[in-house]
Every structure is written in structure tokens, then in C-alpha cells.
Design a protein around this ligand. Structure first.
Ligand SMILES: *Cc1c(COP(=O)(O)O)cnc(C)c1O
Length: 405
């Protein structure tokens, strides 16, 4: 029975007993949150430096987004796409005006949007490029992360993501990340697309060399191959620009967004492109019961507005630089490298540090929530509404942990 007297261990036991064990969370039980702060059931306060893998860029429970959520929830939540609703048309228009892409296709989770982009690329390959039936190839990069569906883990190079889940979807070819030559060599007449993260997030905040995305883009253009940017984690201000690919002044053929598209208030994702590509979908080709629903659309519209109007992208750029600089000044025997763009920062620890997890646990005890990424990397990706004083507060504690643990 759930009672007022329940303590942290009770919640953990319930979860362990009745839930599937597909995650290994830190043992903090969160009850409420506001902006960059989350509070556990005992009222302890933590600075959220994960921001739900960048889904909460706008800060927890942003009052403007919550207001729209409540208002729309009382009007209509779901119509299905069998009928039209009065929110989706505006989301389409506002996405187009913000990003410069002609049209978009709404889904719910990031993985669904990736699947949508892959389907669009294949169909574009057959109908427009003229690839022979069922021969389409899509090039992906080692160390990628694009979600957990069977097709997506088919091109994962993470053994655990695949172990026990075969047989896999054919038609993918992996090349090393940050290697434009490898892309050139891998392209054949059947290649329809190159799917890439501008910075590999789950892979450990891996920032490619300057010029890589531009080169890869040019190679795609020369070979009539679609350049698809997975900006689900890097997009919507996380790296200090609306999209991380804008650092190299390219215009991907397809951009995939999710996570912060709803400010963490609802699952909303989308594929952005032009008519020539997304126009390959005809009624019945693809769909989703919840995709484009009026509740999600209204929330996404407001989430984009607050991101821009409250200058969160600029804040990410400026304070990201500051945060990274200060992290770089920490003299710790454990740090191998500090890297990232905007408020998307990875601190890679040396192998001798025996993993990032114990540092994340120590940080939690000091009131900072981080999650280890790829064994040896601590990711710092707080909501983009963070203030300089809050970063200074965090830095003090990060320094203590990285110099004492
Ligand atoms: C999180 C993420 C996804 C998958 O999104 P889900 O909403 O978890 O399905 C895809 N690509 C990247 C780069 C991501 O970070």
C-alpha cells in the first residue's frame, strides 16, 4: 500500500519487484521539479545536469508550457489523424518558419521519428533516385545511438543493444564516425542516405573534427545521397545553436527532432524536410495514432516559443562556453578530456578512474544529478535556463568530487 510514510527504499523495492529491469537508475526518487532543480521525496534538492537526456531544455515544468498543457487538455487531447485538429496546422507552419524546411511529419518518440526518416529515405531512393527495388542502402556510423527499435539496433555497434534481439533489418552499412573518406568509399549506386549525429550523445559526447560534417555533406551532395541529421539530442538549443549542424553551415536534407520539442512535457518528435523528400509519403503509407495529436502539438508550439523568446539558445552558447572553460581548469588526476558545445559537455575520465558511475553517485550526494555515459564519461547537460550562479554552485561540488573521490 502507498502511504505517506514510504521511504526511498520502499519505492525502490516496489519498482524492482513489479517493473522490468531495463534501466539501472541512480537511487533518487524524484517527486517534483522546477526549472533546473528537482526534489526527492524527502525534500532534498538537486541540480539536474542530465535534463532527461536533453528533453527538458526549457527547464522542468516551464510555467508557460504547463499552462498550455492544462488548457489544451481541457479542450481536446486526441482526434487521431482520421480527422483534423486546430493545433497541428500551426505546429507545421511554426516549425517551417523556425527551421526553414518546407514540411514536417510528426511522431511521438525519437525512435519513431528515426524510423520515419529511414522509411522516407528508402522510398525517396526507389521513387526519385531510381534505386532497384529492395536494394536501398543507408550508411550509419559506429558508436551511433538512434533509439531501440529492432531496425535501429540493427545498425547499432553496441553489443548489448543487439544481444538477443536478432534477426536484424538488412540494408545498413556502418563506417567509422568522423571519417569522411570512409563515407566516400562506402557509397554505392544503391546508397540512399547517410544518417549521422552532429555530436554523438549516448556514444559519450563525441565531437567530430571541425569540417567533418561539411565534408560528409558535400560527399552526399555529389553522390545524390540524402544527408540525415539526427538532432534529437543535439537540436533545439542544446549545443548553443538551434541545430548543432549549423556550426558548419550545412543544410541537411532531413533533420530529426524529438526530446526538447515538448520541453519534456509530452512525447513529441518530428521529421523535417522538403516536399521533394517527405512528399514521397501518400495517405496510408505511414502513420501513428498519437502522432500530431492536438495536445502534443499545442505543447510543442509553446515549447518552441519559449526556447526562442526566452533566449535559451543564446544562454546555452554563452554559459556552455563558461561551464566548459571552468571544468577545464579543474586539476584532477582523473580527467582525461573535457569536450562539447554549448551546454552539451562530456568529461571523459581516465581508465584508472574506474568508471564514471561512482563519481555520479558522489555528485548525487552533493546535490547534483548526472548520469555516466559509456563507462568513462560524465555528461553535463543541464536545462538551458540555468544561471551563472547555479553553474558556479555546481562547479564547486564537481571540483570537490573530482579531486577527492
Ligand atoms: C534519445 C535519442 C533517440 C531516441 O529517442 P527516444 O525518444 O528515446 O526514442 C534517437 N537519437 C538520438 C541522437 C537520441 O539521443
Amino acid at each position: 500500500m502507498i502511504t505517506e510514510e514510504m521511504v526511498t527504499q520502499d519505492f525502490i523495492q516496489l519498482e524492482e519487484k513489479y517493473g522490468a529491469h531495463n534501466y539501472h537508475p541512480l537511487n533518487v526518487v524524484i517527486e517534483r521539479a522546477e526549472g533546473v532543480w528537482v526534489y526527492d521525496i524527502d525534500g532534498n534538492r538537486y541540480l539536474d545536469c542530465l535534463a532527461a537526456y536533453s528533453a527538458v531544455n526549457q527547464g522542468h515544468c516551464h510555467p508557460r508550457i504547463i499552462k498550455v498543457l492544462k488548457e489544451q487538455a481541457e479542450k481536446v487531447t486526441l482526434t487521431s489523424r482520421a480527422f483534423r485538429n486546430n493545433q497541428l496546422p500551426f505546429l507545421y507552419k511554426e516549425l517551417s518558419e523556425l527551421t526553414g524546411y518546407e514540411i514536417s511529419l510528426p511522431m511521438n518518440s525519437g525512435a519513431e521519428a528515426v524510423e520515419t526518416a529511414l522509411k522516407a529515405a528508402r522510398k525517396w531512393g526507389y521513387k526519385i533516385k531510381g534505386v532497384e527495388q529492395d536494394k536501398a542502402e543507408i550508411i550509419t556510423c559506429t558508436n551511433n545511438f538512434a533509439g531501440r527499435t529492432i531496425t535501429i539496433v540493427s545498425f547499432s555497434t553496441e553489443a548489448q543493444y543487439r544481444d538477443g534481439f536478432g534477426p536484424f533489418t538488412p540494408g545498413f552499412k556502418n563506417i567509422p564516425y568522423n571519417d569522411a573518406e570512409a563515407l566516400k568509399k562506402a557509397i554505392t549506386k544503391n546508397t540512399v542516405a547517410f544518417l549521422v549525429e552532429p555530436i554523438q550523445g549516448e556514444g559519450g559526447v563525441i565531437v567530430p573534427s571541425e569540417g567533418y560534417l561539411r565534408q560528409a555533406y558535400d560527399i552526399c551532395k555529389m553522390n545524390n545521397v540524402l544527408f540525415i541529421a539526427d538532432e534529437i539530442q543535439t537540436g533545439l538549443g542544446r549545443t548553443g545553436k538551434l541545430f548543432a549542424h549549423q556550426y558548419e553551415e550545412i543544410r541537411p536534407d532531413v533533420v530529426i527532432i524529438g526530446k526538447a520539442l515538448s520541453g519534456g512535457c509530452y512525447p513529441v518528435s518530428a521529421v523535417l524536410s522538403d516536399k521533394e523528400i517527405l512528399g514521397v509519403f501518400n495517405p496510408g503509407d505511414h502513420g501513428s495514432t498519437f502522432g500530431g495529436n492536438p495536445l502534443g502539438a499545442a505543447i510543442a508550439r509553446e515549447s518552441l516559443k519559449v526556447l526562442v523568446e526566452e533566449k535559451m539558445i543564446e544562454n546555452s552558447f554563452t554559459l556552455g562556453k563558461y561551464f566548459k572553460e571552468k571544468l577545464n581548469q579543474i586539476k584532477s588526476p582523473h580527467i582525461k578530456e573535457v569536450r562539447g558545445k554549448g551546454l552539451f559537455i562530456g568529461v571523459e575520465l581516465k581508465p584508472e578512474a574506474r568508471g564514471a558511475r561512482r563519481f555520479c553517485e558522489a555528485l548525487m550526494r552533493k546535490g547534483i544529478l548526472c548520469k555516466e555515459t559509456h563507462e568513462n564519461v560524465i555528461r553535463f547537460a543541464p536545462p538551458l535556463v540555468i544561471k551563472k550562479e547555479e553553474i558556479d554552485w555546481a562547479l564547486e561540488r564537481v571540483e570537490e568530487v573530482l579531486t577527492s573521490v
